[in-house]
Design a protein around this ligand. Structure first.
Ligand SMILES: [Ca+2]
Ligand SMILES: [Ca+2]
Length: 131
């Protein structure tokens, strides 16, 4: 289990060097076919790791499984700022930053626990950040 609290998320995002390095590495890991952009399926991998967290980006409550494709679509549209149909490195880095800060705001002074499952998502890395 990983405990997530707002302070560690904020420290992570505000540490530009740590954040950029982690986001770069994560982008490269997610870009399975190595074409330099993330497709819907590739981006989705990052968010499957978020599932155990009951709150998705300010949207309360767990989503039933049949709603997940729509949720992932919405997330993809958010990331794809220029509507090119793919998410490039800059889009990934800037949207992940917003999402992590939104989660931090949503948490306030509370903390939540998440299965880590050995995944290396940015949220997991942020949760473990103590810089
Ligand atoms: Ca790709
Ligand atoms: Ca794009």
């Amino acid at each position: 289990m990983v405990t997530i609290n707002g302070a560690s998320l904020r420290n992570f995002v505000n540490d530009e060097e740590a954040y950029n390095k982690a986001a770069d590495e994560r982008f490269t890991a997610l870009d399975l076919n190595g074409d330099g952009v993330l497709s819907r399926a590739e981006l989705r991998k990052e968010f499957e790791a978020f599932r155990p967290v009951g709150t998705h980006f300010g949207v309360e409550a767990a989503h039933p499984p049949e709603e997940l494709p729509k949720l992932y679509d919405n997330i993809f549209e958010k990331f794809d700022l220029d509507q090119s149909g793919s998410v490039d490195r800059d889009e990934f880095k800037s949207e992940m930053k917003k999402i992590l800060l939104a989660i931090a705001d949503g948490l306030g002074s509370a903390s939540i626990q998440m299965e880590s499952d050995g995944n290396n998502s940015l949220l997991t890395q942020a949760a473990q950040f103590s810089g």
